[in-house]
Design a protein around this ligand. Structure first.
Ligand code: ATP
Ligand code: MG
Length: 423
């Protein structure tokens, strides 16, 4: 039986990977301008870490985790998201002692046992950003602005930043009770999921995707009318900061996020076209007590995670045309002598930084030139018996057809001088 990959898990092949590398390189450059440093985290952790941070009544913990016992009888889970690990690492390595504001980003695979479909995989990749150690609304605005600038650099325009406030320890419990009471009036109309979990997690009713529930949710009490004065003030300030740098957004009081640890500002970035019903590219917000919940010092945090597959699937075509690199030079070898020298010549040119290809098994001049063309090489270097005898090779510009005879002992310099620096 042929072995296939697991359902909902994908290979990323050459041709596609260039997009990923480009997105990652833009992220690396831009995030570092804002002072964020990369952190690489393990892909598995003790199950408790996720249970305690994400929350027992969330979809992720209830249904989606890849959990198993290892040979030492430990409960292990393949990470379904990155923030829990960042928090664990932050506390474990005493990062708060080194810097009052720690700014981190990560990139890597996440695992969730969901029903595979377009935009929903079982292994998918996220880029995440976490700013840890400040409760200032300016941080919320800065991180969301970083994200929007990132999308702009990638040429993504049809995106909408939607923000909301989920209140704090002061105002949230009361709002939850108000909401619960209001939901209780609709129990017969709501979907089974909502009726089952509204007592433990009433906020999730607000972002249920079932059509009828969406309609009911519109009539439920809104958090914005129940925020304490501090939360109201902070949320207004976030918006003021966003306005100041022209980061556009829309307040959407149905953004509640699927994870328990969020409070105050929460947000999603929605693609207006191109993603069908799986249209959230990114989600995030404030989580001010998670570090303390894990016995760390009081550390208010703000962060986000964005889904790479969804992002990559909506990258604009015009940005992708030049991602695949073509060879600087294609070596065309004719005759036995030339073939014997081919490895040395390619090696010599590669050591000065050129991207060189050749046909290992030789072939006719015509077939080798065809290959050079197919790969869109900028130059062909033609080496045959005569050229070796005269110690002069023929360098041919694949674009215009210009060609030059160049001395064998000045090969690298001559090729380099004719190659304008590539971008
Ligand atoms: P959704 O509502 O689409 O299930 P979520 O709220 O579960 O998303 P988060 O946990 O906030 O998602 O993850 C952040 C981002 O990661 C999402 O906005 C999405 O782009 C991406 N993402 C989440 N789950 C998957 C998945 N199973 N496959 C691919 N991408 C995903
Ligand atoms: Mg989900």
């Amino acid at each position: 039986m042929k072995i296939k990959s697991i359902k909902g898990v994908k290979d990323i092949l050459p041709g596609e990977i260039e997009k990923w590398q480009w997105v990652e390189s833009v992220a690396q450059r831009l995030f570092s301008l804002y002072g964020f440093k990369e952190i690489r985290l393990p892909i598995f952790e003790y199950t408790d870490l996720f249970k305690r941070s994400i929350g027992d009544t969330t979809d992720i913990v209830e249904k989606e985790m890849y959990t198993f016992k290892d040979k030492g009888d430990n409960d292990i889970t393949l990470r379904p998201e990155g923030t829990a690990s960042v928090v664990r690492s932050y506390i474990e390595h005493n990062m708060h002692g080194q810097n009052p504001l720690t700014k981190l980003y990560y990139f890597g695979p996440m695992f969730r046992y969901e029903r595979p479909q377009a935009g929903r995989l079982r292994q998918f990749y996220q880029i995440g950003v976490e700013a840890m150690g400040s409760s200032s609304p300016a941080i919320d605005a800065e991180v969301m602005t970083l994200l929007i600038e990132f999308f702009k650099e990638l040429g993504l325009q049809e995106l909408e930043l939607q923000i909301n406030s989920l209140g704090c320890k002061e105002c949230r419990p009361q709002y939850r009770e108000t909401l619960k009471l209001a939901i209780a009036n609709h129990l017969k109309e709501l979907c089974i999921n909502c009726t089952q979990r509204y007592e433990r997690n009433p906020l999730r009713v607000l972002d249920c995707k079932v059509e009828r529930d969406v309609e009911i949710a519109k009539g439920l009490p809104k958090f914005k009318d129940h925020l304490c004065s501090q939360c109201q003030q902070d949320f207004a300030e976030v918006q003021k900061h966003l306005d100041a740098v022209n980061t556009s957004y829309r307040v959407n009081d149905r953004i509640v996020r699927g994870l328990d640890y969020y409070n105050k500002t929460t947000f999603e970035v929605i693609a207006k076209t191109g993603l069908g019903s799986q249209n959230a590219v990114c989600g995030g917000g404030r989580y001010d007590s998670l570090v303390e919940d894990f016995e760390g010092p009081p550390t208010p945090c703000f962060g986000f995670a964005l889904g790479m597959e969804r992002l990559i699937s909506i990258l604009p075509e015009e940005k992708l045309n030049h991602l695949e690199k073509s060879p600087d030079l294609y070596l065309v070898c004719l005759g036995e002598e030339a073939h014997n020298l081919a490895f040395q010549i390619t090696h010599q040119l590669r050591t000065v930084g050129l991207y060189v290809e050749r046909e290992i098994d030789g072939g006719s001049m015509k077939s080798q030139m065809r290959k050079a063309n197919k790969l869109a090489a900028r130059f062909a270097l033609i080496v045959g018996d005569n050229e070796i005898l005269n110690r002069r090779y023929v360098l041919k510009n694949m674009d215009g057809g210009d060609q030059w005879e160049i001395p064998a002992d000045q090969l690298a310099e001559e090729v380099l001088s004719r190659l304008k620096p590539t971008d």
